[in-house]
Design a protein around this ligand. Structure first.
Ligand code: DC
Length: 204
């Protein structure tokens, strides 16, 4: 049976962690749609045309540790403004969302554009400062050299581009449940997400 959980929100809001844990707990498949845009962004950095990079993207391109760098994140947010790139990536995401056994997708436009019929929609946010602090620690932990100021500026630039673009901008679906993780533990955020899923499963 298909059951889709759409999780949207800005960079480092906690949406990825919540999504992974939901998928684990429920036995659903999980797709981090940001990785798709990162993989296209990385291919563009190496000289490919954005549309060709999106059209020829293969699943194995998503298994690449270098997709997590700030340079690739910025390249991803730049290719993500192109409507033809977004269109080329839509079918794959929709097919994934309706697979048997349930699916969790996280990104920016899952509840609004990719899966407007999702059974559960979550919008996960946190202040830009809290998100930059988390991302800075994560990058430092991986040995990537950067400063808090640099990470904060990157987050702000990406927020602006992701929210301000004409095509599928980052915004909550009207029926999304908001979870603000600024002062919340990951346990509490996960519990809030799970409560929403259980309520929806019981009402089905
Ligand atoms: O979630 P992330 O930080 O890995 O996403 C990288 C970029 O990809 C993000 O800045 C905007 C873009 N993106 C998008 O436009 N739509 C999605 N569903 C997911 C990501």
């Amino acid at each position: 049976m298909a059951f889709t959980i759409a999780v949207d929100g800005p960079a480092a809001s906690g949406k990825g962690t919540i999504s992974k844990r939901l998928a684990q707990e429920l036995g659903f498949a999980h797709l981090d749609t940001g990785l798709i845009y990162r993989a296209v962004g990385k291919r563009v950095l190496t000289g490919q045309e954005p549309l060709a990079a999106a059209q020829t993207l293969q699943a194995e391109h998503l298994e690449d540790d270098s997709l997590r760098t700030p340079e690739v994140a910025l390249a991803a947010s730049k290719v993500a403004v192109l409507s033809e790139v977004r269109a080329a990536l839509t079918d794959f995401q929709r097919a994934f969302s309706r697979r048997d056994g349930g699916a969790v997708l996280d990104g920016r436009d899952i509840g609004t554009v990719i899966c407007p019929e999702a059974e559960v929609k979550l919008f996960v946010t946190a202040s830009a400062e809290a998100r930059a602090e988390r991302r800075f620690k994560e990058l430092a932990g991986k040995g990537i050299e950067t400063t808090f100021e640099e990470v904060f500026a990157d987050i702000r630039a990406r927020d602006e581009r992701d929210m301000g673009r004409a095509e599928a901008p980052l915004k909550p679906a009207p029926d999304a449940v908001h979870i603000d993780t600024t002062d919340m533990s990951i346990e509490d955020a996960f519990a809030a997400a799970m409560a929403r899923v259980r309520a929806r499963q019981e009402s089905a």
